[in-house]
Design a protein around this ligand. Structure first.
Ligand code: ADP
Ligand code: ZN
Length: 430
């Protein structure tokens, strides 16, 4: 059962549609001051296939910042009805503008995304993401309404009230950021609520990198199925790529976006199925089309077709952001490598933190881990053994021996929005 006819497009139909829409996008983008200059003299009719996208220039976050606020607008602000901003995880936020048509298209993509994960009009849906400039609030909200769900805009935080609303309204579906989902699951447990009596059967999780181990933990602790949701404000927000009920990678909506995976060094396409930087082009957006945007997200396409039969290609779980890479003692380390080890251990609780320190001239990595109450023994020898075990397993994965601090559950700082996993204290100690 489909929400949208675009879901049934064949590979050939997608390719043809992308070519047509790429042409109209470039034509439209050239009306903006930024692309007007950048693409001066470009002959739109020379685009005859999707591969011609490689003749177009890449766009970076810095380009968006340099042309803030209106440099990429293709129309007057009279036609713009809303703006959103990125969360600013990696610096000054960037701003995206939407026309009414852009909002309609986005709501449709979002509704389609929720639908492939099994969400239906009769469901009650609680959106536990921050409202405001962050796209995960209103973006998902309008999609849920388009689908016809009873939509509860509960927003982020206030865990007690969240639980009460879920119980009072027999909520079926949650949208929740993975790091908060872990914290929330711990809070449910602490409140003595049996997950078997917890009504939601579906959680949409995304907005920040997380591992398969975290997904499984969320599914177990909340007794539901969790579906990965990928999006970024530069490409509207959520509703870019979504897992279907098979939970086997996220279908990118290729009728709305062209996705390339490039080697971040050479900027050439990687081989099919290899890891690289996700580069995306909007092909339905009116107000602020963006061509070949370098997301800095590292990912790969999953080869082959999904059991659901949709031809829209699937992105694997995001391996991390290029900006997240830490170099310790000459070794490249990503936070997700650490999370994968920690969340696979039964003793580990819901939160962890990575601290980068300097000792003399040498960089050190410290991992602070919350331990579940049942395992947080008074007996120092047992605790020491656990600490050693975690240290060894981390060392096997990241090839550097980290310092490991075991701390009590619910003691590490948590955020209402995206988790801040890494604290860099190196410059302060110089
Ligand atoms: P910011 O870059 O400031 O966080 P956004 O709020 O637009 O701005 O967030 C988009 C980014 O969030 C993506 O580029 C990606 O790094 C991350 N992200 C979003 N969804 C996922 C997901 N499902 N898995 C991993 N990372 C994600
Ligand atoms: Zn599928």
């Amino acid at each position: 059962m489909y929400f949208d006819t675009a879901e049934t497009l064949s590979r050939e139909e997608i390719d043809n549609l992308q070519t047509v829409r790429l042409k109209s996008t470039v034509e439209r983008a050239m009306r903006s001051p930024y692309y007007g200059e950048k693409l001066k003299g470009f002959n739109v009719d020379s685009i005859t296939s999707v591969d011609d996208i490689r003749r177009l220039p890449l766009t970076t976050k810095q380009d968006l910042r340099d042309n803030y606020p209106y440099g990429l607008l293709t129309c007057s602000t009279d036609e713009i009805v809303r703006l959103h901003a990125s969360s600013g995880t990696t610096g000054t936020p960037t701003v995206i503008f939407y026309t009414q048509n852009d909002l309609n298209t986005w709501a449709n993509l979002m509704a389609r995304s929720m639908h492939i994960a099994g969400v239906r009009a009769e469901h009650r849906f609680q959106n536990m993401a921050g409202y405001g400039l962050f796209t995960g609030g209103l973006g998902i909200h309008y999609g849920a309404e388009r689908l016809g769900c009873l939509t509860i805009p509960s927003g982020a935080g206030n865990t007690k009230r969240q639980i009460k609303m879920i119980q009072d309204f027999d909520v079926d579906v949650l949208h929740i950021i993975p790091s908060y989902a872990l914290y929330f699951a711990g809070a449910l447990e602490a409140a003595g609520i049996d997950p078997a009596t917890f009504t939601p059967s579906i959680a949409l999780i995304g907005a920040e990198p997380h591992t398969e181990e975290v997904r499984r933990k969320i599914e177990e602790m909340l007794n539901l199925k969790a579906y990965n949701s990928y999006g970024l404000s530069e490409m509207n927000g959520p509703g870019v790529a979504f897992e279907c009920v098979h939970q086997d990678g996220m279908h990118v909506w290729e009728d709305a976006f062209i996705v390339e995976i490039l080697d971040p060094e050479t900027l050439e396409p990687v081989k099919e199925g290899e890891l690289g930087e996700v580069v995306m082009t909007t092909i339905t957006r009116e107000g602020m089309p963006i061509i070949r945007y370098r997301t800095k997200d590292l990912c790969r396409f999953i080869p082959g077709t999904c059991a659901c039969g949709r031809a829209h290609r699937r992105l694997d779980r995001i391996a991390g952001r290029a900006d997240d890479m830490m170099i310790i003692k000459g070794v490249n380390i990503y936070p997700m490598q650490i999370e994968q080890v920690l969340m696979g251990l039964p003793e580990v609780g819901e939160n962890y933190q990575i601290v980068l320190e300097k000792e003399g001239f040498i960089d050190q990595i410290r991992v602070r881990v919350e331990i579940k109450e049942d395992f947080f023994e008074e007996d120092m020898r047992i605790l020491k053994g656990l600490q050693k075990k975690i240290q060894t397993q981390l060392c096997n994965e990241i090839l550097v021996t980290p310092r490991v601090d075991l701390v009590q559950s619910d003691s590490l700082p948590k955020s209402e929005g995206k988790a801040q996993r890494v604290v860099d204290q190196r410059s302060q100690e110089d």
